[in-house]
Write a protein that binds this ligand. Structure first.
Ligand code: MTE
Ligand code: MOS
Length: 787
């Protein structure tokens, strides 16, 4: 196992920057507070206006009139933005079902107008003075209410393979159930922020905390009625995005840009935490019903399920999120006969969006929940049931894609079983539980298989712009954004390696749409694969031009020129040149020292109508073993130990990857065990209000919830052929390793009952939920968990 260390890499020159353990490029800035975020820029400008939303506190209503007179008369109120001010199209989304200044309130806290003030305080007071007359309408708040009312939006895909009826006929045991799983607040440290300015020619410049600058640009253009070339979007960095800044920044940037355009002054818009939590979409909660058939030796032979994503008030990214949920319901398991229907509930809540895993976790959770529940009823351990169903070499997914390296799943599973000392600890825990009536321990191991690439083939492209200056220094631009995940660090390592330079020779410029156009979101964990491919391509173009220059100087064939560690050498000569000498000579020979780079992922295809194809370049694999201890009186628990073995290919930046694995796991554990979004669904004033709109009521993991013993390792000898320097995407997959903590809690809860008790567990498995599981188990003698 490799643990915080580099190792020799297959196709990479020795001693290269790729594969080195280095800190994040902004680590010092992050910890000293020097790093600049969007909202650090406005104080550097004069005449800045501040934006504040007019939020209507009712879940569903028709807006009759917005009266702004009293607000406009207040000191410091400069402008009140309403739908009448929009020169272009009054919509903040790509689906055009997201009015920027709506005439219908669709969620509790929906902003219907924005006030610009000389100070934030003036804008806030102005917003409070805006009077909104409305007529309240009935609201739908939960997926179940939406199902009952037939309130759906978007397409309703079905993923199917084999013959579901003959699958059930083959089954020795058929189980069924209904399972509701909660969503998740992104809780990025930096809330949504944008800062817009207009230049003397009316061109708009926006600094936005956005994962998708090109689409921020598109939406601003749509609202202002301008063309994309008139708008530049920059993203210095984000204080976390986690998918929450893939779409949501756009409409906020549009409000700021509109304000700047109308007032000719810079406009700053930054949501405070409560505004962010009440207005911004979150991870989709899902409702599911399922029926699953198993043979007596524990093979799943049929799965029939309906997944209903709780989409919120507009479509936004719900369709692709649902698609990924369907394409991941198999997780690491071969299901020969399967039919999974998906649909999107339209509810009067925030419009739910991307969140690390992008629907994948929700689909996989349904399967893991089924396996965790039925294992005891099949007389198997959950570990046995899981491993009996792993993909075998040659089997395909329900959407018809081959599963390359499926043996890797088994190898990781077996290696982790050994390194985590699983069997011995299982025996120790059983022994402990036998003599401990009120405190029980649980142990579980769960797998992850996660497809890498955007389902929509067109998004799998990227661009880069690399400049070599006359002095030999290098500046790179690429289309990806930095949100803490270390993409910029990896791009510096890729460029240095591709050019044969030490890391210090390469600098990176902020992401901007005027440098690299038409970019895809930094999402689907593809940042490094796509932008790394583009950066490498640009660097290789430059080397192709420098090689003949160096060849002449060295007296060798251009093919025999080598660039490494800042030196340029030739095969068959002892002479060597410095990089700077070659660059200098090239400039005087009028050789271009700047290049664009482009990359697209080959071999992908996806038919959204039939839900068939090969949408993923490869799969990322991993497994986790978690041990917990549960207090039967209160349901409280601790994570005693976590062991992870995860496949990152040949790591470009090993320390960054370890950080992604640790962070992903913890964020997943938060989703599955702590974080509970509660909307007031009672029939009374305040119906539809998010009652957990801040850190005091919404509990994210903190130090006290960290595993007491946390062991993270990456799978070795894992070169991914055809990916940049043999690496694999790492951003999202580790989140799903956290299924193991939920299954360990189920295991511990089961220990309160008779051996072989099936345990149902709510998601999130909060201490309260665990307590109720324990109660059910204790009284379950007469009450079977499943029909
Ligand atoms: N890590 C940090 N520190 N902050 C983030 O916002 N976002 C995650 C993941 N890791 C995120 C993160 C999500 S949702 C994705 S899709 C990937 O990073 C995006 O970056 P990548 O494609 O460069 O991995
Ligand atoms: Mo990540 S949810 O794809 O931004």
């Amino acid at each position: 196992m490799s643990y915080y260390q580099t190792r020799p890499l297959a196709d990479i020159p020795r001693d290269s920057e790729v594969g080195k353990t280095i800190p994040h490029e902004s680590a010092i800035e992050h910890v000293t507070g020097r790093a600049l975020y969007t909202d650090d820029l406005p104080p550097r400008h004069t005449g800045v206006l501040h934006a504040w939303p007019v939020q209507v506190n009712v879940a569903h209503a028709r807006v009759e009139e917005i009266r702004t007179g009293a607000a406009a008369a207040l000191p410091g109120v400069v402008k009140i933005l309403t739908s009448e001010d929009v020169p272009g199209f009054n919509d903040g989304g790509i689906k055009r079902d997201q009015p920027l200044f709506p005439s219908e309130v669709c969620m509790y806290g929906h902003p219907v107008a924005w006030v610009l003030g000389e100070t934030e305080d003036a804008a806030r007071k102005g917003a409070e003075a805006v009077e909104v007359d409305f007529t309240e309408l009935p609201a739908i708040l939960t997926p179940k209410e939406a199902i009952a009312a037939g309130s759906f939006q978007g397409s309703q895909p079905v993923l199917a393979r084999g013959d579901i009826e003959s699958g059930f006929a083959e089954a020795d045991h058929v189980f069924e159930g209904e399972f509701e799983l909660g969503g998740q607040e992104h809780f990025y440290l930096e809330t949504q922020a944008s800062f817009a300015m207009v230049d003397e020619a009316g061109q708009i410049f926006i600094q936005s905390s956005t994962q998708h600058p090109s689409e921020t640009q598109d939406i601003v253009a749509q609202v202002l009625g301008l063309s994309a070339s008139e708008i530049t979007v920059q993203c210095l960095r984000m204080g976390g995005g986690f998918g929450g800044k893939e779409m949501q920044p756009h409409w906020l940037a549009a409000v700021a840009a509109l304000g700047a355009r109308l007032t000719n002054r810079p406009v700053r818009l930054r949501l405070n935490r409560m505004q962010d939590m009440t207005m911004i979409g979150k991870r989709h909660g899902f409702h599911s019903t399922w029926r699953a058939g198993f043979t007596s030796d524990g093979k799943i032979v049929a799965l029939d399920a309906t997944l209903t994503a709780d989409g919120g008030w507009s479509l936004e990214l719900s369709e692709p999120v649902l698609a990924r949920a369907l394409c991941h319901i198999d997780n690491a398991y071969y299901v020969p006969n399967l039919q999974v229907a998906g649909r999107i509930a339209k509810t009067h809540k925030t419009s739910q969006t991307a969140f690390r895993g992008f629907g994948g976790p929700q689909g996989m959770l349904v399967m893991e929940d089924i396996l965790g529940q039925v294992a005891p009823q099949l007389g198997l351990t959950a570990k046995e049931l899981r491993e009996r169903n792993f993909y075998q070499v040659g089997q395909t997914t329900p959407y018809g894609q081959e599963v390359p390296q499926s043996d890797r799943m088994t190898n990781i599973w077996e290696e982790l079983t050994v390194t985590s000392d699983y069997d011995a600890r299982r025996a120790q825990i059983d022994e402990f539980n036998a003599s401990s009536p009120h405190i029980k321990r649980g142990l579980a191991i769960t797998p992850v298989k996660f497809g890498i690439s955007f389902n929509l083939t067109a998004f799998n492209q990227a661009g880069a712009l690399v400049h070599v200056y006359k002095d030999g220094s290098v500046l790179i631009n690429h289309g990806g954004t930095e949100m803490g995940q270390g993409l910029h660090t990896k791009m510096l390592q890729v460029a240095a390696t591709a050019l044969g330079l030490p890391l210090q020779r390469v600098r990176l410029a902020p992401t901007r749409t005027d440098k690299v156009p038409n970019t895809s979101a930094t999402a689907a964990s593809t940042g490094t694969d796509l932008n790394g491919g583009a950066v490498k391509n640009a660097c290789e173009k430059i080397l192709t031009r420098l090689a003949p220059v160096a060849a002449t100087m060295l007296g060798v064939n251009p093919d025999d020129v080598r660039f490494a560690r800042g030196h340029v050498t030739g095969l068959g000569t002892d002479h060597s040149l410095t990089w700077e000498e070659v660059v200098h000579a090239a400039y005087f020979q009028r050789v271009s020292l700047s290049a664009t780079g482009f990359y697209r992922t080959e071999g992908l295809h996806w038919d959204a109508a039939t839900f068939q194809g090969s949408p993923f370049k490869y799969f990322a694999y991993g497994a986790a073993v978690v041990e917990v201890e549960v207090n039967g009186f209160s349901g409280e628990y601790v994570s005693r130990r976590v062991d992870i073995l995860h496949d990152v290919g040949d790591a470009i930046s090993p320390l960054i990857d370890i950080g992604q694995i640790e962070g992903g796991y913890i964020q997943g554990a938060g989703w599955l065990t702590l974080e509970e979004l509660v909307w007031d669904t009672a029939d009374r004033p305040g119906r539809g209000r998010l009652t957990t709109p801040g850190p005091s009521t919404y509990k994210i993991p903190s130090f006290s919830e960290m595993p007491h013993d946390f062991r993270v390792a990456t799978y070795s000898q894992a070169t991914e052929p055809g990916s940049v320097y043999g690496s694999k995407a790492v951003g999202e997959p580790p989140l799903m390793l956290a299924f193991a903590v939920r299954e360990a809690l189920r295991d511990a809860a089961g220990a309160f009952g008779r051996p072989g008790t099936s345990v149902t567990l709510a998601s999130p498995a909060t201490p309260e939920a665990v307590f109720w599981s324990v109660q059910r188990v204790r009284t379950s003698a007469a009450e079977p968990a499943l029909a």
